[in-house]
Design a protein around this ligand. Structure first.
Ligand code: ATP
Length: 260
C-alpha cells in the first residue's frame, strides 16, 4: 500500500533569473532509502533544503509526514522538526563541544530531559553508529573523516526521527570508510525503520544502499524508480553517469557482492 511520507508538487526554486527547479514533483515512500542524483548544480541540495524548510520555494507545495511545510519553514521545537534528522555534508558538528555533547544537543534543544539523561541517551547513539566509547570525550577536530560522519549520524538520530536527510554523507571518505558508512545506514534503516532522503554522487552508495533513485535534470525529476530502471533510462546524463568507467566499476562490484 502506498504510504507517502514526502510529497513535493509543482516545486519552483529560483535565484535571481536562475531557475533551479521548475514544476518538480517527487513522492517518497515510507521506509525507502531514496538516492537523489543529478549533475553538479542540478539542484539536489536546494531540493533537500526546500523539503526541510531551509529554502523558501517560489511556487509549489511540500508535505512531510502529512503536514504542509509552509513559507516560514519548519519551526524549531515543532513536532515535525523532532521527526526529522539531518546530516549536512560537512557533518556540521560544533567544534567547542565534545562528541557526546554534540549528540546530546538535539535532545536538550527539543525536549525537557535533564542533561545527565541526555548524555546517557547520547551514549547509546554513539554505540549505535559504531563509535568506540572513548570517542565520547573527543572534540570534532580529533576525529577522522569517517568518525565525523558517524558522530553526525548519531546526532541526526538522537531524537529517533522518522525521516533522515543526508547530503553526500560519503563525500571525502576513503572507499573503505564510505562502504562501512553505506553498510551502517542500511543496517540502521532495517533495524529502526526510518525513511532516508539521500543526496549523493557516489555510485557505490546507490548500488549498495538505495531502494530507489530519483534523478534531477532539466530542473525536475526526470525518473524516480529502481536502480535497474534508472540505469536503463535513455538520457544523456544518465548514460554518462552509469555507463562511464566509474559506473561500470560500481555495477561490477555490486554484481560480485551479490554472487558471494
Ligand atoms: N543561496 C543561493 N543563492 C544563489 N544561488 C544558489 C543558492 N543556493 C544554491 N544556488 C544555486 O542553485 C543551483 C543548485 O545548487 P545545489 O547546491 O542544489 O546543486 P547540487 O545539485 O547539490 O550540486 P553539487 O552536486 O555540486 O553539490 C546552483 O547553480 C547553485 O549555485
Amino acid at each position: 500500500m502506498s504510504d507517502a511520507v514526502i510529497q513535493v508538487k509543482g516545486l519552483k526554486n529560483q535565484f535571481g533569473s536562475h531557475v533551479v527547479h521548475d514544476n518538480l514533483d517527487l513522492t517518497i515512500q515510507r521506509g525507502d532509502i531514496t538516492g537523489i542524483v543529478g549533475g553538479s548544480g542540478s539542484g539536489k541540495s536546494v531540493l533537500m533544503r526546500s523539503i526541510i524548510g531551509l529554502q523558501r520555494p517560489v511556487a509549489g507545495t511540500i508535505e512531510m509526514l502529512g503536514e504542509t511545510v509552509g513559507p516560514n519553514g519548519i519551526q524549531r521545537g515543532s513536532l515535525l522538526s523532532r521527526k526529522m534528522g539531518v546530516l549536512f555534508q560537512s557533518g556540521a558538528l560544533l567544534s567547542s563541544l565534545t562528541v557526546l555533547e554534540n549528540i546530546a544537543m538535539p535532545l536538550l534543544e527539543h525536549t525537557d530531559i535533564a542533561k545527565s539523561d541526555a548524555l546517557r541517551l547520547a551514549k547509546t547513539k554513539l554505540a549505535l553508529v559504531g563509535l568506540p566509547a572513548h570517542a565520547a570525550g573527543l572534540f570534532p577536530s580529533e576525529l577522522s573523516g569517517g568518525m565525523v560522519k558517524r558522530a553526525a549520524l548519531a546526532r541526526a538520530l538522537a531524537l529517533e526521527p522518522e525521516l533522515l536527510f543526508l547530503d553526500e554523507p560519503t563525500a571525502g571518505l576513503d572507499p573503505i570508510s564510505a562502504a562501512a558508512f553505506d553498510d551502517l545506514l542500511v543496517t540502521l534503516r532495517n533495524a529502526l525503520g526510518f525513511t532516508v532522503f539521500l543526496v549523493t554522487h557516489d555510485l557505490d552508495t546507490l548500488y549498495h544502499s538505495c531502494d530507489r533513485v530519483a534523478v534531477i535534470a532539466e530542473k525536475r525529476i526526470i525518473i524516480h524508480d529502481t536502480l535497474e530502471q534508472v540505469a536503463a533510462f535513455d538520457h544523456p546524463w544518465l548514460k554518462d553517469y552509469f555507463h562511464g568507467p566509474r559506473g561500470r566499476a560500481a555495477a561490477s562490484i555490486s554484481r560480485q557482492n551479490k554472487e558471494r
